[in-house]
Write a new protein. Structure first.
Length: 447
């Protein structure tokens, strides 16, 4: 075999080659079938090989694939911005398009910091975030991420340290239970603001449902309502990082809608382009943009491919496809079924400590002892093993971190395309059960 010069996640690793995809399935060049139960990286939300998207991209390519945002606008970018303004709740109307979730998170933070400059309060520059969180792999986004495994190599260069507790009810850092806790994890935000001084805080960034850094940690009722109230009282902008949760993944357009409150800025990615073309967005509310309109009229951010018409056309086609086929309704329906089926499996298997999430974003936390919720030893790499065994059974899952400190627990995420049918869900569960049986065998071997 000819030597590969492609840098892979593990240098020299021999990965199977994918030939094509159809719906929730991928097919290797060797003929093997995989059920993509992670939508790639929680990205391919409408599945693979959708003809309508390919046609829309082809039509745009015949016209123009690139213009620079400071020189021209395009019908595709304008159309996507208008579509999002109509689709997103409240007054989240103003879209800044970039290429990745990391870039979108950094753009949102820049907007928040500059917002206070435009308002004549330049001291508000600090950004608060949670100890269990992930906002991207670039240096800025990583600085606000509470993901020790991804931070440790670059700590010297990271300008921020996440300071807020996550709403991790399974492993409450305070040893309390809901609702007797009175949402102490939310109060942690106020304590941090008081410590650092509200005149220094520009924004609080958080994932409505914690993704890779916490395997779908889902807060209890009232949590975000309290977060919203604290932010408003201390004049701190709330940035909702919905790169993973947005665009219908949790059964609503935005996951933050589950808690009857909206952010000042929302970050979109992954499902926005659904894997068909790289695109992400920072979407600001009217009152945020008003400060810029009355001030400099310039948002100091941007990338060469920002507002790229080729990607915008793909994303617009994705949204139109979702609307036409009521994909978000299906996400809520199938998510309820999947959660029920997984919870039934949990009752039969001692190594599943928790099943959590919303819609088609479900986290499975693995434990050595279900009753005590004791995690596996780090050296066992139980999460990686479970993913390996699932892969051998043609089921693709997504790796996630778990545990209070991060890296001291094992978990996986199940997040199939939002188009999945009940029959395909049954196939997913069948393959998952096979992986569980093989995991039990691995455990019995003393591993």
């Amino acid at each position: 075999m000819e030597k590969s010069f492609l840098i892979k996640p593990l240098l020299g690793e021999a990965l199977p080659e994918i030939s094509f995809g159809r719906g929730v399935y991928l097919y290797g060049s060797d003929g093997k079938e995989y059920l993509d139960a992670s939508s790639g990286a929680i990205t391919c939300s409408i599945g693979h090989g959708i003809r309508e998207i390919a046609e829309a991209m082809s039509e745009q390519a015949k016209k123009v694939s690139f213009v620079y945002r400071s020189q021209f606008t395009s019908k595709a970018a304008e159309g996507l911005a208008l579509k999002l303004a109509r689709l997103l709740p409240g007054d989240l109307n103003w879209s800044f398009f970039v290429n990745s979730g990391s870039e979108a998170a950094e753009t949102a933070v820049k907007m928040a910091i500059q917002y206070w400059q435009e308002k004549g309060r330049p001291s508000k520059t600090m950004v608060l975030s949670r100890r269990r969180s992930y906002h991207g792999i670039t240096m800025g986004a990583l600085a606000w991420s509470g993901y020790p495994e991804r931070r440790e190599r670059f700590g010297y260069h990271l300008v921020s340290n996440p300071d807020i507790s996550a709403p991790y009810c399974m492993r409450c850092p305070y040893g309390m239970t809901y609702p007797a806790c009175n949402l102490k994890c939310a109060e942690d935000l106020e304590q941090s603001i008081n410590r650092m001084g509200e005149n220094n805080i520009a924004a609080f960034i958080a994932e409505p449902v914690v993704g890779a850094a916490g395997a779908c940690i889902t807060p209890p009722d009232g949590y975000y309502e309290k977060i919203r109230e604290i932010c408003d009282r201390h004049e701190v902008l709330w940035i909702a990082d919905e790169v993973m949760t947005g665009m219908g993944r949790t059964g609503k357009v935005l996951a933050s809608e589950h808690w009857n409150c909206l952010p000042d800025i929302v970050v979109l990615g992954k499902g926005l382009g659904a894997g068909y073309s790289p695109i992400a967005a920072a979407v600001a509310a009217d009152h945020v943009i008003e400060a810029f309109e009355q001030g400099s009229r310039v948002i100091m951010s941007g990338h060469t491919y920002s507002g790229n018409p080729q990607s915008a056309a793909a994303a617009l086609a994705v949204i139109e496809y979702m609307e036409k086929h009521q994909i978000i309704v299906n996400s809520a329906k199938q998510g309820t079924i999947l959660l029920q089926k997984l919870k039934a499996i949990q009752k039969e298997l001692p190594f599943i400590g928790d099943i959590r999430g919303k819609g088609l974003l479900i986290g499975v936390e693995l434990v050595r002892d279900q009753e005590k919720r004791t995690p596996f030893s780090k050296i066992k790499k139980a999460g990686a093993k479970f993913i390996e065994l699932s892969f051998k059974n043609g089921l693709i899952l997504y790796p996630a971190s778990a545990g209070i400190e991060g890296g001291d627990g094992d978990a996986v995420i199940i997040a199939p395309p939002l188009t999945i049918t009940e029959q395909e869900l049954a196939d997913l569960i069948r393959r998952f059960n096979k992986a569980c049986a093989h995991f039990i065998e691995w455990q019995s071997e003393g591993c």
